[in-house]
Design a protein around this ligand. Structure first.
Ligand SMILES: Nc1ncnc2c1ncn2[C@@H]1O[C@H](COP(=O)(O)OP(=O)(O)OP(=O)(O)O)[C@@H](O)[C@H]1O
Ligand SMILES: [Mg+2]
Length: 259
């Protein structure tokens, strides 16, 4: 990749006491792409994201976000990014629209109401906009949270397990929201433990394991790492449809025979 990577991490290390979590992480994320960071519990995904978001200092190595060094220019980095973590920043007492307008005001937008309305429309929350966030479903909350993180047009967005704990329908809603972000040109670094989520969303997938990125590539490149799966004989379970037609067909056949 080129010098204008949206995120560039080189030899990053971080320990908590004697626990060496990051042991030399290298990662590059292209501008406007969705990059998934996969890893099991405790692999260090949140640790890496927190370092990139300037919330935590690395012990060694270098990380640049939108061209700025996270250690030397944290204020510059913060201007360029937005972080949506496991704990949504949504205020339950406010309506969806009020939540958005509040953030827009904090970010010195000239017309907070207009910003709020545009984002409500973009994330299919217009009808829910006048309701208190306390009444929202999990998927609606995450979408509102993602919408809030977009105010001020951050160039890079970190989404730390954006769909953990959501039902399949809400997950789809959030996936649509993330795709929408990337369509707008935002760079997305997304952590997840769900392979399917990475498959659905990511241009590239990096796997963090034992403190390092052990593979990084497109889904096709990752798939090519494994030998083609063997053809296996598996006893096929009948579908409900097949059962239904088998029974109905038999009966009709039986009647015809009897007739
Ligand atoms: N403040 C801390 N002090 C001590 N250990 C910590 C601290 N934060 C994280 N750890 C440890 O560092 C390791 C990596 O944690 P991290 O939260 O980065 O993992 P993760 O990949 O995000 O995991 P998960 O999938 O569960 O969110 C874990 O073993 C965790 O217990
Ligand atoms: Mg985590």
């Amino acid at each position: 990749m080129t010098a204008d990577a949206a995120i560039r991490v080189t030899g990053l290390e971080k320990s908590y006491g004697s626990l060496r979590v990051l042991r030399g992480v290298d990662l590059e994320v292209a501008p406007g792409s969705i990059h998934a960071l996969l890893g099991s519990n405790g692999a260090g995904k949140t640790t890496l994201v927190r370092i990139l978001a300037t919330l935590l200092r690395a012990d060694a190595g270098e990380a640049r976000v939108d061209g700025h060094d996270v250690a030397a220019q944290p204020a510059r980095v913060r201007e360029a990014i937005s972080l949506t973590g496991q704990f949504a920043a949504v205020d339950d007492m406010l309506t969806g629209r009020e939540n958005l307008a509040l953030v827009a005001r904090l970010r010195h937008e000239t017309d907070p109401g207009a910003v709020a309305d545009a984002l409500l429309a973009r994330f299919s929350l217009t009808e829910a906009g006048a309701r208190r966030a306390a009444t929202y479903s999990g998927g609606m909350r995450r979408r509102l949270d993602i919408a809030m993180s977009l105010i001020g047009s951050p160039r890079v967005i970190f989404l730390d397990e954006p769909t953990t704990g959501l039902d399949p329908e809400a997950r789809l809603e959030v996936w649509d929201a993330v795709k929408e972000l990337a369509r707008g040109g935002t760079t997305v670094l997304l952590t997840t433990q769900q392979l399917e989520e990475a498959e659905q969303l990511a241009d590239r997938i990096a796997i963090l394991h034992r403190g390092r990125i052990i593979v990084d590539g497109t889904l096709a490149e990752l798939t090519a790492l494994l030998p083609a799966s063997e053809v296996q004989y598996v006893q096929k379970q009948p579908t409900l449809e097949e059962i239904f037609f088998a029974l109905v067909g038999e009966r009709e056949g039986g009647e015809e025979d009897a007739a």
